[in-house]
Design a protein around this ligand. Structure first.
Ligand code: ADP
Length: 459
């Protein structure tokens, strides 16, 4: 199988993975930024508050610092180190979880003694073995106030948040992949069913007219299956027509061949002793071979008309119809009534148009009694041109009006079965009418007989 052909499962999986990663990462980034910024601002605000308070208190010796420190409610959640440097002394305090002030504690001394590196700006510093701090410093005439607020708690919370978010991403991805598999399996099941059904039908050579069992849902697959079945039905019908055609053609050819061979045998066996049978048999052979020749010619016509693509050009149908009507009349025992409007033009092919008119006149002649008239007319009606051949003959029953255009179809009445024919004439006419972009229909004539009417577009 082609590597690039992805399955539903892979497609859905890829899509869901991307979606989950994008959504969770953007939400995480948003949470991190909001929490980070909010916490940082709070820390900065707190530190600046203390710095202002220190400044206002104007501390320049240890007692005033103790006083400030006692009064000042420094319940900061952040570990904070404060240093006040005066000309006289340096006082340091830390506050933190323990809450209370330890002046010049060993921890403070150690902290002050550590090396400090500024990061990004001078307000963020890294203090060896103590971590990250926010640093503010302010100078009075005699005093320097310095404050370090630990960022460790903030950083730890953010790291915890990142860990939680990562766990959530992994869980969501895992669940998403599982869900994608379930969804893909559900989605692809009807398609797979249709594919299997098609394969089984192909394998089953016994089935003559195969159609597929179509899944009811989803609608798309149902419609695909139905469309496929319509195609199959059309193909089946075509195949059936071809089969019928071959079997009808061979059947039609077998009859005259059998007659010819029978008469040849007759001549061979009895010709010597009874030479009087020879002329009669020869006549029979002549007639049957002529029938065969006609049949084969008709078959050839049909197969040509099936494939043919004629060149259509401006034809004066009035002239063509008039000409055929006049030439045809002397050769039949019918009176012909011509009713032809002059100068009617269509886009057509003159040879095939002549063939159509002759075939319809032949049938009118064959299927109506000798003394009845045949009407050949050409009219311009509602921007259409109507060519019709009407007779007062046998007529065609309504339920067979469509069937007579099928190959080898003959109306089964006692009269018409006496009249020789192959049932191919009208199917050739129908093909040729189609090639000339016309439409043919059969109507009942009054008081009896039929009208074959062909409609063309006028140009
Ligand atoms: P064929 O005439 O060789 O039998 P066609 O295809 O020309 O074959 O005609 C098919 C059938 O239609 C005929 O067998 C006949 O029963 C019927 N048919 C055709 N034309 C007419 C007509 N003008 N009047 C009555 N029946 C007709």
């Amino acid at each position: 199988m082609n590597d690039k052909q992805l399955t539903y499962q892979e497609l859905i999986n890829n899509g869901i993975k991307k979606l989950v990663i994008i959504i969770t990462l953007s939400i995480s980034a948003l949470i991190l930024i909001i929490v980070g910024v909010q916490q940082s601002l709070m820390t900065v605000h707190e530190a600046q508050g203390q710095m202002m308070s220190l400044n206002r208190a104007n501390i320049d010796d240890i007692p005033s610092f103790i006083h400030w420190n006692n009064q000042n409610n420094r319940h900061s959640k952040q570990n904070t180190v404060i240093r006040v440097k005066t000309n006289k002394s340096s006082i340091t305090a830390t506050s933190g979880r323990e809450g209370q002030v330890i002046m010049t504690s060993s921890a403070s001394k150690k902290f002050i003694a550590q090396k400090k590196f500024s990061i990004f700006s001078k307000n963020v510093v890294y203090v060896n073995s103590f971590g990250f701090f926010l640093f503010f410093s302010q100078k009075d005439t005699n005093t320097i106030y310095q404050i370090w607020v630990s960022l460790n708690r903030l950083i730890n919370s953010l790291i915890l948040l990142i860990i939680i978010i990562s766990i959530v991403v992994f869980i969501t991805l895992g669940f998403g992949t599982w869900w994608a598999q379930q969804l893909a399996a559900k989605l692809s099941a009807p398609t797979i069913q249709l594919v299997n059904e098609t394969r089984n039908t192909i394998k089953d050579s016994e089935v003559d007219q195969p159609t597929l069992k179509v899944p009811q849902s989803p609608r798309e697959i149902h419609e695909l299956g139905n469309a496929f079945n319509e195609l199959l039905t059309a193909q089946n019908q075509r195949l059936q027509r071809e089969k019928d055609f071959v079997s009808n053609a061979s059947h039609e050819l077998r009859t005259p061949i059998a007659a010819v061979r029978g008469n040849i045998n007759l001549i061979k066996r009895h010709g010597d002793k009874h030479p009087e049978v020879i002329p009669e048999s020869l006549d029979f052979i002549d007639e049957e071979s002529l029938r065969m020749q006609n049949l084969i010619e008709n078959l050839l016509h049909l197969s040509r008309a099936d494939r043919a693509k004629v060149i259509l050009q401006d034809e004066n149908l009035s002239e063509i119809t008039e000409q055929i009507g006049q030439h045809y009349e002397p050769s039949i025992p019918h009176k012909m009534i011509l009713n032809i409007d002059s100068d009617l033009h269509i886009l057509g092919n003159s040879d095939t148009l002549k063939q159509i008119i002759v075939a319809l006149l032949d049938n009118a002649n064959k299927y109506s009694e000798d003394n009845t008239p045949i009407n050949l007319s050409l009219k311009n009606i509602d921007n259409k041109i109507e060519l019709s051949v009407a007779d007062l003959g046998l007529g065609i029953p309504d339920d067979q009006k469509k069937l007579i255009f099928q190959r080898f179809y003959r109306v089964d009445t006692s009269h018409s079965s006496e009249i020789k024919g192959s049932g191919l004439g009208l199917s050739i006419v129908a093909q040729l009418v189609k090639l000339n972009n016309g439409a043919i229909e059969v109507l009942n004539n009054q008081p009896r007989g039929s009208i074959f009417k062909i409609t063309f577009d006028k140009i």
